[in-house]
Structures are given as structure tokens and as C-alpha cells.
Design a protein around this ligand. Structure first.
Ligand code: NIG
Ligand code: FE
Length: 412
């Protein structure tokens, strides 16, 4: 058994409710503390000198450090080819969605670039993004397909994600987002008159399942993508096949988060446009509300009403939505800090949204806090005060990232 410490503060995130508002006074903070780890799992957390007696290996850390559970990014699109820098510049120069699409931008341009990219190129860039996220303390990453939009190309993306997960200790959670938009080249006649969503259900998802490429299915419900009614049918059939569900909901127009809740989705993500009625409905449900401040910052759109959601009792998580179009930044910690300033979120609420509440959205409740039995994934910072982490708005780099109790970035 190994002990790591002593940490000036360990913010365990243990003992907190899954839903609703949190005050910083609710945080369990252990001083001069250590973590006892056996086979990648936390055995005990507490006073360093006391626990040291039980350890047969002691790993001392240098200087004042704060330890937190490893962060969980529960919503990304980091497997992609190409760039959309031109979309970003055009949007900021006042061009409309339509003008950008007409000049060759939008999701469809990422589909073309991703289709053109070969397996190795996609894999290399995905691994680089994973390394970056690990360097900012992220130890679990959800990764969506959705830039392939036909059987061959969706499988290519999911196989790249599967290959990457064998090459990193970071946990990757793949999600099939073949229902990202109707591909411009979809020919229903070539597919026995099936609609694109029927094609996804009948030709893509069975293979995804057979090859164990993903256990989760996502759909983008929006005017530019899929209607609520067809999406509800799609979700219900995907659920019958045995997939967990997640939805891109209420990004520009309200209404689709209700579809997500009614379908029993694990999470409804975006919610920038959610009406008060939609907020109330989500807050009463078991569906995790995922705020994506990176998309608000990338598009210059309002933030998800995180304060209202928490005050009404929702389960709130925060994801980066890192993608080449709407959320190019990728720094989840910077984004969460900025969301906290605008939405008035306590440090406890932000940390919860980046750890055990995000874990719950992915069905990974065995991680996200530092307590007995939990996966020993952590992030540490060179500071004597946990408040400094969000105060530095993403500019304080971690001193180390631990996975299964071992150092995978930085130094002790
Ligand atoms: O989560 N909203 C839809 N999908 C992505 C954007 C993807 C893209 O623009 O490439 C999102 O914001
Ligand atoms: Fe997204």
C-alpha cells in the first residue's frame, strides 16, 4: 500500500449531495493530509503522519500543495480533422450562420476534413488533445463521433477513439453522435428509402454495438439538425437497443431538454436557451444538466442558466464541448471559472460539476471524489489555498495529474 502526501489541503468532494446548490462551507477539507492507495483505488484519506504508519511505500510531495479528484470532461468532440478558424473570424466580423455555411464553414466542413483525414492522422491529433487535457488535470474524457456521418466514417472515428484509449491511461468514454446533422450527401434511395435517422438505427448502431465501440448515443436536436419528434423516436429506439442516451439540447431554441428527460437521457447538454419551464422540468428529473461555457465563449452566446438550475435542484455538470467549430478553446478549467463569475457559482458547485456530478452523467459513480473505494485519479496544484485554482481562471497549471494513484503528468 502506498501513501501520497502530505498535502496542505485535500478537497475530497466527499459527502456532498448529487443535486442542488452547494456552499463552500459544505466542502470537506483535510489539512496536512495523505491518501493511502492500493491497486489504483483509494483505501483511506486523512492525517498524513497517522496513515503513513500503514503504508509500505511513501511518496512525499514537495512544498505546499492542494489535492482534488481528477477532473472529468463529460462532453467533447476532440476527434476531428481540420480547423474552423475562418468560421470564428467570420462570426466575429458579424457574418451570419448562413453566410458562414455558404462560404464552406459549419459542421459540414469538419465532416469533410474528418472524412479526408486518415486513421493515423486523426489518432495523432486526438492523442495530442488528450495530453493537453491531462496537463490541466483531466483524467476522464467523453469523446463523441459525429464528423463521419456515414457507416464507414463513423466507424473510423469510433475506432480511432478506441485505439487512443489503449494508448493512454486517461479514461475515454466514447459516444456515437452519428445523429449530429443530416449529412448533405445522404441519399435515402440508396438506403431503401430510409430516413437518415432510420439508417443510423438500422445500419450504424448495430455495428457500433457489435464491435463494442460505444455504449452511448447522442443526438443534436435543433432546427439545423433534427426535429424533437423524430429525435424522440430515435432516442427511444436507441434505448431499446441498449444504449445510454445523451442529447445536445436547448442550444439555440428551448424545448428539446424535455425530449431528453422524457427519453430517460443520462444528460441534456448545452441549455443556453432553456426556458424557465424547461429549467424546472430538468431540475426535477434524473437527467444531468450539462453546461458548456466553452460553446458560449466560442459563439458569443449566453451562458447556460446554471444558477437557476442549481437553485431548483438540478444535477449540474460542466463540460468543455471542445470542438473545432463552436468551442475551440478546450480549457475546461478556464471556462468553468468564467461561468462561475457570470452565473455566481460557489467553488464547491464548480468543483462538484467537474468531478462527481460529471462522473454521474457518464454513469461512472466509482470516481469523482477522494474517499475509500474510489478510483485514485487526482490533480494537485502548488498553492496553499484551494480557492486559488478558480481565481487564476485557468492560468494556474497543475503540479501533477495522478491516474490510478500513479503520476501521469508533472512532478511530486
Ligand atoms: O456541441 N451543437 C452541435 N454540435 C457541436 C458543434 C459542433 C461543430 O460546430 O462542429 C456543439 O456545439
Ligand atoms: Fe457538443
Amino acid at each position: 500500500m502506498k501513501i501520497v502526501g502530505p498535502f496542505k489541503q485535500i478537497v475530497t468532494l466527499a459527502g456532498l449531495p448529487l443535486r442542488g446548490a452547494l456552499a463552500d462551507e459544505d466542502l470537506q477539507i483535510l489539512h496536512h493530509a495523505g491518501v493511502l492507495i492500493d491497486q489504483g483505488v483509494v483505501v483511506k484519506v486523512g492525517d498524513f503522519e497517522t496513515l503513513k504508519l500503514e503504508a509500505d511505500q511513501v511518496q512525499e510531495v514537495i512544498g505546499d500543495q492542494v489535492l482534488l479528484p481528477g477532473f472529468i470532461d463529460c462532453h467533447t468532440h476532440i476527434c476531428f480533422g481540420g480547423t474552423r478558424a475562418n468560421d470564428f473570424a467570420m462570426r466575429n466580423a458579424g457574418k451570419s450562420y448562413l453566410e458562414i455555411a455558404e462560404s464552406g464553414g459549419g459542421i459540414w466542413s469538419s465532416v469533410q476534413h474528418t472524412r479526408e483525414a486518415d486513421f493515423e492522422t486523426l489518432l495523432k491529433s486526438l492523442l495530442e488533445r488528450i495530453e493537453y487535457l491531462k496537463s490541466i488535470g483531466i483524467t476522464t474524457i467523453e469523446v463523441k463521433s459525429g464528423y463521419g456521418l456515414n457507416l464507414e466514417q463513423e466507424l473510423k472515428m469510433l475506432r480511432v477513439i478506441q485505439k487512443a484509449s489503449t494508448m493512454t491511461k486517461v479514461t475515454l468514454v466514447p459516444t456515437c453522435l452519428a445523429a449530429h446533422m443530416k449529412p448533405k450527401d445522404y441519399d435515402s434511395k440508396a438506403h431503401s428509402d430510409r430516413t437518415y435517422l432510420e439508417y443510423v438505427l438500422e445500419e450504424i448502431l448495430p455495428v457500433v454495438q457489435k464491435e463494442r465501440l460505444a455504449k452511448r448515443v447522442d443526438v443534436f436536436i435543433e432546427k439545423s439538425a433534427f426535429e424533437p419528434k423524430e429525435s424522440a423516436e430515435f432516442l427511444s429506439k436507441a434505448k431499446q437497443l441498449g444504449f445510454d442516451l445523451t442529447v445536445h439540447a436547448d442550444q439555440f431554441t428551448s424545448g428539446s431538454s424535455q425530449v431528453a428527460v422524457d427519453a430517460g437521457a443520462k444528460s441534456a447538454d448545452h441549455l443556453e436557451a432553456s426556458s424557465n419551464e424547461a429549467i424546472a422540468y430538468l431540475a426535477k428529473s434524473e437527467t444531468v444538466a450539462v453546461a458548456l461555457p466553452g460553446a458560449s465563449l466560442g459563439l458569443g452566446e449566453p451562458f447556460t442558466p446554471a444558477r437557476k438550475l442549481l437553485d431548483q435542484g438540478a444535477i449540474l455538470a460542466i463540460g468543455s464541448d471542445w470542438n473545432p467549430g463552436s468551442a475551440p478553446m478546450g480549457n475546461l478549467i478556464a471556462q468553468a471559472s468564467i461561468l462561475a463569475s457570470y452565473e455566481k457559482l460557489s467553488t464547491a458547485e464548480v468543483f462538484a460539476a467537474l468531478t462527481f456530478r460529471a462522473a454521474h452523467a457518464l454513469g461512472l459513480d466509482e470516481r469523482g471524489t477522494i474517499e475509500r473505494g474510489k478510483k485514485a485519479d487526482f490533480v494537485s496544484y502548488n498553492t496553499d489555498n484551494y480557492q486559488t485554482i478558480l481565481y487564476r481562471q485557468g492560468t494556474l497549471a497543475p503540479s501533477a495529474t495522478y491516474i490510478n494513484g500513479d503520476l501521469h503528468y508533472g512532478d511530486y
